[in-house]
Design a protein around this ligand. Sequence first.
Ligand code: RB5
Length: 175
Amino acid sequence: MRYAIAADHAGLPLKRPLSEALDRLGHEVTDLGTHSEERVDYPVYAEQVARAVTDGEADFGILVCGSGLGMSIAANRFPAVRAVTPADSYGAQMARRHNDANVLCLGARLLGIDAVLAMLEAWDAAGFEGGRHQGRVDMLGGLPRGQALAAAPGAGQAAGERLAETDHQGARGAR
Ligand code: RB5
C-alpha cells in the first residue's frame, strides 16, 4: 500500500520510526514533512496528507502531532478522509475493521514508541469488514451535505441494531 506520512514539530520524533515500520511492513512511504524541530502548524501537514488520500496518491495516511487530536480534526475536514485517533491497539484495529478509517492520527506526547508501533501493526493487520459497516460508512458521506440519515439506505436497520445493542455481549461486543 502507499502511505503518506506527516507530523508537526511535536510529532516529529515518531515520524521516522513509523516510516521505518511501514517500510518493514512492505509499504511505500511518502514523507510530507515536517523535517525540522521548528514550530509549525498542524493543519498545514494534515492538509498535505488529506489531499494525498483524497487525490488517490496515497491509500492511507499517518499523521503525528502532540495529541493526535488536532491532526484528526483537520484531516476530517476532507470528505474522503476518515481519520481516527485511537487510544490503543484495539481501537486502531477496529477503526480499520468497522470504520474503514484511512488516516491514523497519533499523539507523540501521549504514547511511547512501543505503543505506537503496536497500534500501527494492529491497524496494518486489520481490513475493512464491509457488510453492515459499509452502509454506515456510506452514511458518513452524507453528513457534510446535511443529508437526513433517517432517509439514508440502511438507516432503519441500524436503528434496530442500536436497540438490540442494549442486550449485547459485553463491553467489546461487536455488531
Ligand atoms: C503543538 O503544541 C500541539 O498543539 C499539536 O502538536 C497538537 O497536539 C494539536 O492538536
